[in-house]
Ligand binder design. Structure first.
Ligand code: HEC
Length: 149
C-alpha cells in the first residue's frame, strides 16, 4: 500500500513537470529544415539569422508562431534567397509544444543574430487566438514587414 502511494506521488510529480521537449518536437521540422537547421536553399529556408532577427521583433514573433500553427505559403525571401514553398500547418502541437519547439530553434538551432528571448505558452496562446481567420498565405505576407533578414 505504502509503495503504491509512493508510486502515485512519483508519477504525479513527474507529470506536473512533463513540459514538452522542444528537441524531440524538432525531429519533425528536421525532415525539411534539416537536423542543423541549414535548410535546403530554394526549397526549405534555413532556421538561422532570419529566425533570430524575427524573434527580436514583436511582429516577427507573431509571424514565427503563426508559421508553425497555420503553415506558410510564400513567396518569402530568407537571407537573400526566394522561397515559394508550402509549409504544412504543424498539427498536434498545443501552445506549450509550439513554444518549446520555437525555443529549441531559437536557443540551439539558430546560431547567429540578436540574443534570443524565449517564447511563453501564454504568448503563443495570444497569437493563436488573434489569428483565427488567417491561412498559410496570409501568414507568409506577414514576413516582409516583420523584421527578418
Ligand atoms: C514538410 C516540410 C516542412 C516541415 C515538416 C516544416 N517546415 Fe518549416 N518551412 C517549410 C517550407 C517549405 C518553408 C518556406 C515556405 C514558403 O516558401 O512560403 C518553411 C518555413 C518556415 C519558417 C519561416 C522561416 C523564415 O525565416 O521566415 C519557420 C520559422 C519554420 N518553417 C519553422 C518550422 C518548424 C519550427 C517546424 C517544425 C515544428 C517546421 N518548420 C516544419 C517546410 C517545412
Amino acid at each position: 500500500m505504502k509503495a503504491a502511494v509512493a508510486l502515485a506521488l512519483l508519477m504525479s510529480a513527474g507529470m506536473a513537470q512533463a513540459a514538452p521537449d522542444g528537441a524531440t518536437i524538432y525531429n519533425r521540422c528536421a525532415a525539411c529544415h534539416t537536423r542543423t537547421g541549414a535548410g535546403v536553399p530554394g526549397a526549405y529556408p534555413p532556421l538561422g539569422a532570419d529566425f533570430r532577427a524575427l524573434a527580436a521583433k514583436p511582429g516577427g514573433r507573431r509571424y514565427l508562431a503563426l508559421a508553425v500553427i497555420k503553415g506558410l505559403n510564400g513567396p518569402i525571401s530568407v537571407e537573400g534567397k526566394a522561397y515559394r514553398g508550402m509549409m504544412p500547418a504543424q498539427g498536434g502541437l498545443d501552445d506549450a509544444g509550439i513554444a518549446a519547439v520555437l525555443n529549441h530553434v531559437g536557443g540551439t538551432i539558430a546560431r547567429t543574430g540578436p540574443a534570443f528571448k524565449p517564447f511563453t505558452d501564454q504568448e503563443v496562446a495570444g497569437y493563436r487566438a488573434g489569428a483565427k481567420t488567417l491561412g498559410a498565405a496570409d501568414v507568409a505576407k506577414l514576413h516582409e514587414g516583420a523584421g527578418g533578414k
